[in-house]
Design a protein. Structure first.
Ligand code: SF4
Lengths: 252, 517
């Protein structure tokens, strides 16, 4: 067994898939793994060098030879939190290239089901993030939102808000991965690393939001019908892990 | 009654959201509209829930009354004239600012504006119009808006508002004209149905025009809409014509006969809500009520049976093209001798069953007549309406997964719209077995009694009504207990109210529907 060890960013995953595929060792003799796993005996380990051209080759052939839809599927799968996503996508692609573009219908096939499962989980989390993310206004009028998603949905979430709040300056900060999407009004957005001390200081400045946050809490409280109180339902619909980032659940 | 206008905005918001909360509609679905430069906001076809209140209901829109002042005295309503409560009103600016500032912070998907009747229906509707006009044109709000059409208001006003809002609703409130007379003396069935009919006609005329204009123009439905003023005039003419012909009666006799709906007919007996008004605006031409209209019926304030309720709902879907009928378990907020006592609290289980049945009507191809009848007028407390139906029609089962058509699959308990579609897609490549079904999202603990895979059942069962009933009641038992005890039932089914609101707003108009009833 030859193990290809690659990084966790989407591009690095494409590179891992490229190396594994092009090694011509036979699909059943190779495996893709993330960095930092314990090494097994009798396996040969190869580090995958991340290079843009490899990633490009992989994405191009998915888009050309399979379809844009399937590219979107595997792109989303590559954002998943599943540690084995690279290998799972690899298995999926083997099947997809053999069977053609209708593969997503064949959920009974394990390779397809795994990718389906990852993307379904990611999509659910994406929905939750666009529902429950809260912005507050910082000094210069910039809107700031902190999120902590399990899957790497920052790019998808930013696309949503870029369309919705196109005229605003905003920052979406992923606390888990310490990166941020920075949007400039009527311009566009980029993703930046935000682990520097400067960034941290900026993010930790207090926002001056008493008025609207207070109003929102008032509304949130008043809108519930007391005779129907059902905290369990509330919790099922709005899991506790999102609440630290939500205005209405922050006690002042 | 003195209206306090000089009140602090926080207090106003508290009072006017508190007074609006009995309206259960909360979805922000039905229209997909991209963001636009120079405006704030967009909408998603499936809608978005932004939070959940302590009662487990979804919060999607800033749901407020414009004022809680009212000239009427509806018995069930907290805002009725005879109640001694603090009265206040918003100004249009206040509503606009709150909406925009909440939206910007991603608290809400848009505005839900309802109102008590201040001075007169016309005056109230004018205030609503002014608010919406400013919100759209001065504050450049491009997100979701749902407003009430005030019964009795000038049709011209209703129409103008219709071009600024996404969804409009008129609440039917009580399922019978008699109930209205007793409990809502200021309202009549005719007055309520009139704006409902007007909105229906307006939407229909717009669609018709869009479709006929799009012929020969590459199918662009939107481009050729007349500008709103002209379209408006046409609507109004048609509306008046219609009023002369019928006084807007709700004809529940006009229903399909039960015999015609047979199981396993064509795929077409059920399809998820599709929306042709996908854009609200193109080149500054506005659309009339692009997200369609909805209504609300109070459950348990008057003595109608479930059968009556779903017949009314069915008639509303068929005759008024409603997008949604919402059911609101009666909450006894006023101590009034004409209102039922309800010692057990609001009838939540009943509301839950009605929502389940409503889904069966809208997405599963069921007719009201199949679910209940004069002889069996109320839903089974222990079983959901679909299981209940299946048990009374065991002669149809078991169904062969690898052969049955879409409509037939939809009739199987434990199988929903989404899983039925997945089955159709997956079985093209290979015959399916029970473990496969699980992956496709079938709820086997219900479906196992009604399915075969390549001729085999999951476990050998007798097709015996009593036996299967007892098995299914076991599955359902905990849920019923939870509902009655206000507990955790909602997570267990996709069809209870809180899931429905969440789910509907997410998926109502998306072709992919989860459903495992
Ligand atoms: S019209 Fe009736 S239901 Fe509506 S606010 Fe007035 S009293 Fe309440």
């Amino acid at each position: 067994m030859t193990v290809f060890v690659c990084g966790q960013e989407v591009e690095e995953i494409w590179c891992g898939i490229y190396d594994a595929w092009m090694s011509r060792l036979g699909h059943e003799n190779v495996r893709i793994e993330p960095e930092g796993r314990d090494r097994e005996l009798f396996c040969e380990y190869r580090e995958v060098a991340a290079e843009e051209w490899k990633a490009e080759k992989v994405t191009k052939s998915i888009r050309k030879k399979l379809s844009e839809e399937l590219y979107e599927v595997v792109y989303r799968a590559a954002l998943s939190e599943d540690a084995d996503r690279a290998d799972k996508i690899y298995r999926f692609l083997i099947y997809a290239f053999a069977m053609g573009t209708n593969v997503m219908d064949q959920l009974q096939i394990p390779a397809v089901y795994e990718v389906f499962r990852m993307t379904r989980y990611l999509s659910r989390e994406y929905s939750h993030v666009i529902e429950f993310a809260r912005f507050s206004r910082m000094e210069e009028g910039v809107l700031l939102s902190r999120i902590k998603p399990k899957n790497d949905v920052l790019v998808l979430v930013s696309m949503h808000f870029a369309d919705r709040l196109s005229g605003e300056n905003w920052i979406l900060y992923d606390c888990k991965r310490k990166k941020a999407a920075v949007h400039q009004a009527d311009r566009g957005w980029i993703i930046v690393r935000a682990d520097s001390a400067q960034w941290q200081e900026r993010l930790n400045k207090k926002t001056d939001e008493e008025t609207y946050e207070g109003l929102w809490r008032t509304f949130h409280k008043a809108i519930a019908i007391t005779q129907r109180t059902n905290l369990k339902c509330q919790q099922n619909m709005l899991p506790l892990r999102f609440r630290p980032y939500m205005t209405e659940f922050n006690k002042v | 009654m003195l209206i306090q206008e000089e009140m602090d905005i926080q207090e106003k918001l508290r009072i006017l959201s508190d007074a609006a909360k009995y309206d259960v509609s909360c979805s922000s679905s039905g229209v997909a509209r991209k963001g636009k430069k120079g405006t704030i906001g967009n909408t998603l076809a499936a809608g978005i829930c932004h939070s959940f209140a302590a009662d487990g209901r979804c919060i999607s829109l800033l749901k407020i009354l414009f004022t809680n002042q009212c000239i009427h005295d509806c018995r069930y309503c907290i805002n009725r004239r005879s109640n001694d409560v603090v009265r206040t009103r918003f100004t249009p600016e206040e509503v606009c600012t709150l909406t925009i500032e909440f939206y910007r912070r991603n608290y809400i998907e848009g505005l839900f504006l309802s109102s008590g009747i201040l001075h007169s229906p016309d005056y109230t509707m004018e205030q609503i119009y002014e608010t919406l006009y400013r919100l759209r044109n001065e504050y450049h709000f491009n997100g979701y808006v749902h407003v009430k059409a005030i019964p009795g208001a000038d049709p011209g006003l209703v129409e103008r508002v219709g071009f600024l809002t996404d969804r409009m609703s008129v609440n039917l409130e009580l399922p019978t004209a008699e109930g209205l007379r007793r409990l809502a003396p200021g309202k009549t069935r005719e007055k309520i149905l009139m704006p409902m009919r007007q909105i229906q006609r307006g939407i229909a005329a717009q669609n018709l025009r869009a479709l006929s204009d799009s012929k020969g123009s590459g199918g662009n439905v939107r481009r050729h809409l007349q500008d709103s003023s002209q379209t408006g005039r046409n609507f109004q003419n048609q509306w008046w014509d219609h009023q002369r012909q019928s006084a807007g009666t709700l004809d529940i006799r006009n229903r399909p006969s039960a015999g015609k709906r047979e199981i396993g007919m064509a795929d077409t007996i059920a399809h998820p809500g599709r929306n042709v008004w996908t854009s609200f605006q193109s080149q500054n031409r506005r659309f009339f009520v692009p997200a369609g209209q909805s209504t609300q019926i109070i459950v348990g304030a008057t003595p109608e049976s479930d059968y009556h309720m779903i017949r009314v709902a069915e008639a509303l879907y068929q005759n008024y093209d409603l997008k949604r009928v919402f059911y609101s378990a009666f909450v006894r907020v006023n101590d009034d001798s004409l209102l039922p006592e309800l010692p057990g609290g609001p009838p939540l289980l009943r509301e839950h069953r009605l929502y389940q049945a409503d889904w069966l009507l809208r997405f599963y191809g069921f007719g009201a007549e199949e679910l209940l009848s004069e002889e069996k007028p109320n839903f089974n407390i222990l079983l959901d309406p679909k299981c209940d139906w299946a048990l009374r029609h065991l002669e149809w089962f078991p169904v062969e997964v690898n052969r049955a058509d879409y409509g037939t699959l939809l009739r199987v308990p434990g199988l929903g719209v989404k899983s039925a579609r997945r089955i159709l897609a997956a079985r093209k490549s290979a015959a399916l077995d029970f473990p496969d079904l699980k992956k496709l999202g079938v709820v086997l603990k219900r479906a196992m009694y009604f399915l075969t895979c390549s001729g085999k059942m999951m476990v050998p069962v007798r097709m015996d009504e009593n036996f299967i009933t007892s098995q299914l009641i076991g599955v359902e038992h905990g849920k019923v207990w939870d509902i009655e005890n206000h507990d955790s039932y909602r997570q267990l089914s996709l069809f209870d109210d809180c899931q429905v609101t969440a789910l509907v707003s997410r998926e109502d108009t998306v072709s992919a529907l989860t459903g495992t009833l």
